[in-house]
Write a protein that binds this ligand. Structure first.
Ligand code: 1HE
Length: 270
C-alpha cells in the first residue's frame, strides 16, 4: 500500500499489505492486517513496522497499534523459520530488534490495543509499546519452548522488566499463560477493558497523550527507561538536565502561564 502525500504528510512510505495505516487527526492508527494468519509477523511485516516508525510524520503525535480479526498477534510467522541457518537466524532477530527499538525509542508514544492471542513475538511487539490496553479476551503466552526456539524480538530483555524474570522463565519453561485480568496487575497491560472497547480506549488515551507537550512525551519515553538502567547519580543528573530542557521549551512556558492565568484545567481525580 503506497501512502500518498494526501493521506501521509511525511515522506511517502510503502507499507506491506499486512499493515494498514489510517490517520485520525494527530493520531496514527497502525493495524496488523493479516488476520487469516492471525497477524503472524513475517519478514516483510517486520520491515514495514520498522519503516513506519522511522518515518512517522511530524504532525502525528501518538500512534495506536492494533490487530485485525480475532487475535492481536500470533507471533513469529513459523512458516519462514524452517530453512534458516544460524547466521540468518541472528540477522533475523537483529531485524526485529531494529524495528522494535524504533517503536520504543521513536518520536511518538505508541498505545497497543490488545485482544485474543498476544503470544510469542506478538507479546514482544506489545512489550515495545509504551501503553498497553487489553480487552478481556487477551491472553499472553511464550510458546517458544514448545516450538523448540527462543524469543528473538527483545522479549528476554523487555519482558523481565515488565513482569519479572522468574515469571518469564515460568512462561517459557512450562507454557503458562496469563489472561488479561490476572495479567494487568503483573505488568502485562496498563488497562483492561470490555471486549470490543480496546481500540476506542487506546485512541482516547492516545488523544490525551497527543495533547501533552511533545518534549514531555519525549522525556517520558526516553529518560524513564534509560534511568531504570543506569546508576542513581547518573539518573538524577539526567533528570535535572531533562527537566531544565523541558521547562525551557516555549510550550512549557505557555502551559504554565495558562495555568497561572486560570485557563488550564485543574488536576483532579477522575
Ligand atoms: C500461523 C501462525 C504463526 C497461526 N505462524 N502461521 N507463535 C505460536 O506458536 C502461536 C501459533 N498459533 C496458534 O497457536 C494459533 O494459531 C492461535 C492460538 C494464535 C490462533 O488459533 P486459531 O484457531 O484462531 O487459528 P489457526 O487455525 O491456528 O490459524 C489460522 C491460520 O494461521 C493457519 O493457517 P492456514 O493456512 O492453515 O489457514 C495457521 O497455520 C496460521 N498461523 N499462527 C504461521 N505463528 C522473534 S522470535 C519470536 C518467536 C515466536 O513468536 S514463537 C511463537 C510463535
Amino acid at each position: 500500500m503506497n501512502l500518498s502525500p494526501a493521506s501521509w504528510s511525511g515522506p511517502p512510505i510503502e507499507l506491506p499489505d499486512a499493515l494498514r495505516f489510517e490517520r485520525r487527526g494527530a493520531i496514527g492508527l497502525l493495524r496488523l492486517a493479516r488476520p487469516h494468519k492471525r497477524n503472524a509477523l513475517d519478514d516483510v511485516t517486520i520491515r514495514g513496522i520498522g519503516d513506519f516508525f522511522a518515518a512517522v510524520p511530524d504532525d502525528i503525535r501518538a500512534v495506536v497499534l492494533s490487530g485485525e480479526g480475532e487475535h492481536f498477534c500470533a507471533g513469529l510467522d513459523l512458516s519462514e523459520l524452517t530453512d534458516r541457518d544460524v547466521a540468518a537466524g541472528i540477522a533475523h532477530s537483529r531485524a526485529w530488534h531494529r524495528a522494535f527499538e524504533r517503536i520504543e525509542f521513536g518520536r511518538v508514544p505508541v498505545v497497543a490495543a490488545l485482544h485474543g492471542a498476544v503470544v510469542g513475538g506478538g507479546l514482544e511487539l506489545a512489550a515495545a509499546c509504551h501503553i498497553r490496553v487489553a480487552e478481556r479476551s487477551a491472553y499472553y503466552a511464550l510458546p517458544e519452548g514448545s516450538r523448540g526456539i527462543f524469543v528473538g524480538g527483545g522479549g528476554s530483555v523487555r519482558l523481565p522488566r515488565l513482569i519479572g524474570a522468574t515469571r518469564v522463565m515460568d512462561m517459557m519453561l512450562t507454557g503458562r499463560t496469563y489472561g488479561a485480568e490476572e495479567g494487568a496487575p503483573l505488568g502485562f497491560s496498563h488497562y483492561v477493558v470490555d471486549p470490543g472497547a480496546g481500540l476506542a480506549t487506546a485512541i482516547a488515551l492516545a488523544e490525551r497523550i497527543a495533547g501533552n507537550a511533545p518534549m514531555t512525551n519525549f522525556a517520558a519515553m526516553h529518560v524513564l527507561p534509560h534511568n531504570a538502567e543506569q546508576d542513581r547519580a547518573s539518573g538524577l543528573l539526567m533528570e535535572s538536565l531533562m527537566s531544565a530542557i523541558a521547562q525551557g521549551d516555549p510550550e512549557a512556558k505557555r502551559r504554565l502561564r495558562d495555568f497561572l492565568e486560570k485557563r488550564a484545567p485543574k488536576t483532579v481525580q477522575e
